[in-house]
Ligand binder design. Structure first.
Ligand code: AMP
Ligand code: ZN
Length: 486
């Protein structure tokens, strides 16, 4: 088996991923803030995390994988230590899209559900646990109290702040260590004059006007954004984790602050390895709604792209390099997917023994993934293997068994497969719990019109649990039976 190596932001080198327990990876990836639909850039980061999980599993490891949902406390100016600006969730509620929601909780639930749906459509492994910030309030308050008791945090009239001077290692991840860079990094915007140092960051914000507030020893308020990850990583994975991931913008301040909080609480290293995903751009430009180059997964699916083609397109550039997403690249990925589907049609039901040639191709594919997730080489190897089953018009029984073996491998390691859902024109309309699926769909539309999104989501979940998939189109909602095993 090859050695699994990843670039580590802390040591600035490609290093083996070392697990504390043999062949058991404890992995945390910061999740989305659910104030709107996640875009394909966000999914580039989560997909890279998925590829870590799949590569580790391909090596025979077990993975304990926690990825959170931020449903409170992420402010528009969270790169400023004081955590200024507006809460992203509250601002979303006041926007045009926000009109569809009864309150901020409803909005959070809707976007969190949508996120999980996109996640499944992209064929990403479910995390072992997907904790939510709002469901871990007691633990966050406890951590802030502990930090005050141990002298790492203090209260002011506006909240509770972490004292960066109380923690020697502040700046070790980002390199923002000396006073000058630190001051620049926090943009020297100080809203609270009672802070001991301008870089001291918020653990708790006092605010009895905030739409989401909890009672704490410091009165009504809400937690700072960083504390949730420290608390949830510790609760589900232990004091020290093996690997921590997120997008490149999270190095500072988010991950720097997580380290300071966690290590001050436990006295132990927080994470032994740090992985950061470079940003995705679209057609050479930063994604922006105003530029019309801003894409969500559901938007691309509505335009007719297969979610697995989106997945493949997002893997085209290794995570450590900035990626340029193009419509041409997405169409090309669709072409490759069609070939995988053709091999799927030709493949046997049972995997056979791989010949030396296809074994070599897969070994090279896995080897590339183990070398800092080199997805461009791994995808090229996948295409090489797929092509080898399309050289002739038909496959022998042995080749068909080999094809199955290879398809199973690429599903495990790259999350790619060629199974297609059955066409929507099934002859009869099926029933779910004795009621026609079309009636369920009508009820769901009715619930949506009445803004009863809880009920609408509930109905969709029941339909999905019965083995069907829904697709909302401008002409109405379509259903189809999910292919067995998908
Ligand atoms: P957010 O929902 O803003 O907290 O972001 C969720 C994750 O997506 C974080 O890990 C971000 O670093 C990451 N992210 C945001 N924009 C991009 C992008 N354009 N490319 C890759 N990752 C991104
Ligand atoms: Zn985080």
């Amino acid at each position: 088996m090859p050695q699994f190596r990843l670039y580590d932001t802390m040591s600035r080198s490609v290093r083996p991923v070392e697990t504390q327990e043999p062949e058991h990876l404890r992995f945390y990836c910061c999740g989305p803030t659910v104030y709107s639909y996640a875009h394909i850039g966000n999914f580039r980061t989560f997909l890279s995390a998925d590829l870590v999980v799949r590569t580790a599993e391909s090596l025979g490891w077990r993975v304990s994988y926690a990825s959170n949902i931020t449903d409170v406390g992420h402010l528009t100016e969270d790169d400023v230590a004081d955590a200024g600006g507006e809460d992203k969730m509250e601002r979303a509620l006041r926007s045009k899209e926000g009109e569809a929601f009864a309150n901020v909780w409803d909005l959070a639930r809707h976007y969190a559900d949508a996120f999980e749906e996109d996640w499944r459509l992209l064929n990403m492994r479910a995390p072992t646990v997907r904790p939510r910030a709002t469901e871990h309030m007691r633990e966050q308050i406890q951590a802030v109290e502990d930090l005050i008791k141990s002298g790492h945090a203090y209260e002011t009239p506006t909240g509770v702040y972490f004292s960066v001077e109380s923690f020697d290692g502040y700046g070790k991840l980002s390199g923002n260590k000396d006073q000058d860079t630190l001051m620049r990094a926090v943009r020297t915007v100080v809203q609270d004059d009672n802070k001991r140092h301008p870089a001291d960051f918020a653990l708790w914000k006092k605010d009895d006007k905030h739409l989401m507030q909890w009672f704490s020893p410091w009165g009504w308020g809400f937690p700072g954004w960083h504390i949730e990850c420290s608390v949830m990583a510790r609760q589900y994975l232990g004091d020290t984790i093996d690997l921590h991931a997120g997008g490149e913008d999270l190095v500072f301040p988010h991950h720097e602050c997580e380290i300071a909080q966690s290590e001050s609480c436990t006295g132990k290293a927080f994470s032994n390895h740090w992985m950061h995903v470079r940003f995705l751009q679209v057609e050479g430009e930063k994604m922006a709604k105003s530029k019309g180059n801003f894409f969500t997964v559901r938007q691309l699916i509505e335009e007719g792209h297969d979610p697995l083609a989106i997945r493949l397109a997002l893997m085209g550039t290794p995570y450590g390099k900035p990626m340029n997403f193009t419509m041409q690249g997405l169409r090309d990925a669709g072409g490759i997917l069609a070939r995988i589907q053709e091999v799927e049609r030709r493949a046997a039901k049972e995997a056979g023994t791989p010949g030396t040639e296809i074994q070599r191709i897969y070994d090279e594919l896995l080897g590339a993934m183990c070398e800092d997730l080199n997805t461009s080489v791994a995808v090229a190897k996948m295409i090489e293997g797929i092509r080898s089953f399309l050289r002739e018009d038909t496959l022998s029984a042995a080749q068909a068994g080999e094809a199955r073996w290879f398809l199973d491998r690429i599903e495990q390691t790259l999350g790619m497969h060629g199974r297609t859902a059955e066409p929507t024109t099934a002859p009869e309309v099926p029933e779910i719990n004795g009621v026609l699926i079309t009636k369920w769909i009508e009820d769901r539309a009715e619930a949506k019109r009445a803004k009863d999104f809880a009920r609408a989501d509930d109905i969709r979940k029941q339909i999905e649990a019965a083995g069907f998939e829904l697709r909302d189109t401008p002409q109405g909602t379509e259903w189809k039976r999910l292919a067995p095993g998908s």
